[in-house]
Design a protein around this ligand. Structure first.
Ligand code: API
Length: 312
């Protein structure tokens, strides 16, 4: 079966996007894994099917699947790319400067305000990411043999995991999908083993693959979790992310929101932050209405057709 696709990314967090407004394409986890394979397939962090809207007057439904074939409730970088896919093809209307649309997702509707460039193509989008979920039972995160809730924590969602490297404290927040945010305030307090490539203890040298994989599948997270490592600096929160179902990605929109919320809750930042990811910056506001709003770019790399072998 031959399928047309477009390859888009948000700060390097990349997706294979397929117009499924007919609502007839059902990709198996194996087929998603094959499409996302960076050697034998197109290569991506996930697949997004553009499906018919759920809400009246909404622009469409974003069906998001991680590179490992697992469904996820929400994708912040993906939903900006979703808006771009619709606007650039004239499927969603836009004025000369930009416009607004609502994307339906498994986590609920997400209003999006966007700007367009001189050619009328979506350049940047601000997504209303909704309210963060801080109740541990709803993240979800729970008790586990080597996980403890620290006494007097700034808020209830903090957890100390006794990892093979060191006890690490995680702030657990859901943005419709689970996130565990570890702030590294003092690199010198951690063992060199966590920084295998350098004595210069910067976030850039953290062994994210090892620690991220350990935490992603930790029994404290019944639905697994995305894992963020962050350092709140004076002008930005530097962050790396090990995504549930993907591994380390260059950026994570929901993760940036969760990290900004956790930084604010723990007194490391205010309610407006720049989150600096390996792929670039996202601007996050936690507004007085309780909603988190994320602003960032979306870009299309290429489009094409791909053959999916259904004969197997
Ligand atoms: N891996 C995530 C979904 C993608 C989130 C990320 N790409 C974003 O931009 O928010 C999960 O399983 O919850």
């Amino acid at each position: 079966m031959e399928i047309e696709f477009a390859k888009l990314h948000g700060l390097g967090n990349d997706f294979v996007m397929i117009d499924d407004r007919a609502g007839e394409l059902a990709l198996s986890p194996d087929e998603v894994r094959a499409l996302c394979d960076r050697h034998f397939g197109i290569g991506a962090d996930g697949v997004i099917l553009v499906r018919p809207p759920v809400g009246e007057g909404h622009a469409g439904y974003m069906h998001y699947v991680n590179a490992d074939g697992t469904l996820a409730q929400m994708c912040g970088n993906g939903v900006r790319c979703f808006a771009k896919f619709l606007v650039d093809r004239g499927i969603a209307p836009s004025g000369p400067e930009g416009g607004e649309l609502v994307a339906d997702t498994l986590a609920g509707p997400r209003p999006i305000a966007f700007t367009v460039d001189g050619e009328g193509l979506l350049a940047e989008a601000t997504v209303d990411m909704g309210e963060p979920v801080l109740d541990p039972a709803a993240v979800p995160v729970g008790a586990a043999p080597d996980a403890t809730s620290p006494e007097g924590a700034p808020y209830v969602g903090e957890l100390v995991l006794d990892t093979p490297w060191a006890p690490l404290t995680f702030c657990c927040v859901s943005m419709g999908n689970p996130h565990a945010v570890c702030f590294i305030d003092d690199f010198d307090a951690l063992p060199d083993a966590l920084f295998p490539d350098s004595l210069d203890k910067r976030l850039a040298t953290l062994d994210v693959d090892a620690v991220g994989a350990f935490v992603e599948a930790h029994p404290a997270f019944p639905e697994k979790t995305n894992v963020e490592f962050a350092h709140a600096g004076d002008d930005a929160i530097a962050m790396r992310v090990f995504e549930r179902g993907c591994g380390e990605t260059l950026a994570c929109g929901t993760g940036a929101c969760a990290t900004a919320v956790a930084a604010s809750l723990t007194g490391r930042a205010g309610r407006t932050s720049t989150v600096r990811l390996r792929g670039g910056d996202l601007r996050i506001r936690w507004d007085d209405d309780g909603h988190v709003r994320m602003t960032g770019p979306a870009a299309q790399s290429f489009s094409g057709t791909v053959t999916i072998d259904r004969a197997r």
